[in-house]
Ligand binder design. Structure first.
Ligand code: GDP
Ligand code: MN
Length: 392
């Protein structure tokens, strides 16, 4: 789960990481009022969306009067901001964050993330902050400092100091920088985050260090033990397909293709998506309906898949161990009755009560395409999408 910049900054501040003074606004008037509250003579208005790259896209503006802040905020509210990271539809701006402007001497990069390849949390930092880090990694990988954290030992003092040295900080700032790094790590660890990025971490002209931007993501499977964090969920920023499915307790991940998938078991789901690709197609989603899927659950899953307008055909692949093919078949029949299923549906059933399952599908006389293996199902789904595409 992702959160907004201002929320990530509140969390960082709680852990002792310095952030600029700021306040949230839901209206242009409130934004201009924030200027009086914050004081000073220059402010930054920042669109709050779940995507980076706002600066380049016009979502971060420095202003010199409260009137200016109000106008800038007014131009942001209600707009969908499209950035490099937002996806082509962009994300709706309905909150802006107003901050005192900072005089920046240097922009650093600091990030804590999970490296799934080596199964460790790692820290990536760079003296060249403020820029697009993916670009920097591609063009100038030597500019990145990398530290791996041993889960038993944690993020050690000397590692933090090594990072501070590597960033070329002046001696007076080394201790403060290492403190900030370790406090950020504590926030990451204590809250079960999967990513915490501060870009830029700024050195000000006055010689202090502040987090000017902050991005945090959390492990969905650990949210149950951080109710205050899970309350920060903002559905307006999420993939509509995914939040629809999450509300119904389904493990769903939206993808870009046109073959909707409903499968039991995460491993089988991944294998099925691979088979679709091998057969020349593209899956529209990952969806694991789980072990003991009742007909009601199958119906819910049907709704989740059909919620995606890109879906041109559906592939149902069930290997019933704990599950029962007759339940799944009943669910499919119920879905055809309740929902307006206009697309071809390919079904492959195997395992417990498979004969009964097939019987139910046959008796229903529904236009279901059956398949007798995973490969057969994938090829049939891809073929049928090809014909749908051709007739459209
Ligand atoms: P992002 O583009 O979504 O990553 O948004 P950021 O919060 O990182 O802002 C983008 C850029 O705006 C930063 O890299 C800074 O260069 C600039 N910026 C942000 N806040 C301030 C500020 O208070 N003062 C100044 N001078 N520049 C700022
Ligand atoms: Mn940034």
């Amino acid at each position: 789960m992702d959160i907004h910049e201002y929320q990530a900054k509140e969390i960082l501040a709680r852990f002792g990481v310095p952030i600029p003074h700021g306040g949230l606004a839901y209206s242009p008037e409130q934004a201009s009022y924030r200027c009086t509250e914050i004081g000073g003579s220059a402010w930054v208005v920042k669109a709050q969306i779940h995507a980076g790259g706002r600066g380049e896209a016009g979502g971060v503006k420095v202003c010199h009067s409260d009137r200016d802040v109000q106008d800038v905020a007014n131009s942001m509210f209600g707009r969908r901001l499209v950035t490099k990271q937002s996806g082509p539809r962009g994300k709706l701006i309905y909150r802006v964050y107003v901050e005192e402007a900072t005089d920046i001497a240097r922009e650093l990069y600091f990030c804590i993330m999970l490296d799934r390849r080596i199964e460790r949390v790692c820290i990536i930092a760079s003296a060249e902050g403020g820029v697009d880090i993916e670009e920097l990694a591609a063009t100038n990988p030597e500019a990145l400092v990398r530290k791996t954290i041993d889960p038993a030992a944690g993020f050690l003092e000397f590692q933090a100091r090594e990072i501070a040295f590597a960033l070329g900080l002046e001696p007076a700032l080394l201790a403060e920088a290492s403190r900030i790094f370790r406090r950020a790590y504590r926030a990451f660890r204590d809250l079960d985050a999967t990513m915490l990025e501060i870009n830029p971490l700024a050195v000000t002209t006055k010689g202090s260090i502040v987090a000017l931007d902050a991005k945090m993501s959390f492990d969905d499977n650990a949210l149950f033990r951080h109710l205050d964090i899970s309350e920060l969920r903002d559905r307006s920023q999420e993939d509509a397909r995914e939040s629809h499915a999450a509300d119904r307790g389904l493990a769903y991940v939206g993808l870009d293709g046109d073959i909707g998938c409903m499968i039991n078991g995460a491993g089988l789901a991944m294998a099925t998506m691979d088979m679709i690709k091998v057969a020349g197609g593209e899956p529209a989603n990952f969806l694991d309906i789980g072990g003991g899927a009742s007909p009601e659950r199958v119906l819910k899953a049907f709704r989740a898949v059909l919620h995606d307008a890109k879906v041109k055909a559906m592939l149902i692949n069930i290997f019933a161990g704990i599950n029962r093919c007759d339940w799944v078949a009943e669910g499919i029949v119920a879905a055809f009755k309740e929902l307006d299923v206009k697309i071809p549906v390919v079904v492959r059933l195997a395992g417990t009560h498979v004969d009964l399952g097939h019987q139910i599908l046959r008796d229903s006389r529904l236009p279901i395409i059956t398949a007798d293996s995973l490969a057969d199902a994938a090829h049939k789904a891809v073929a049928v999408v090809g014909t749908v595409g051709a007739s459209a």
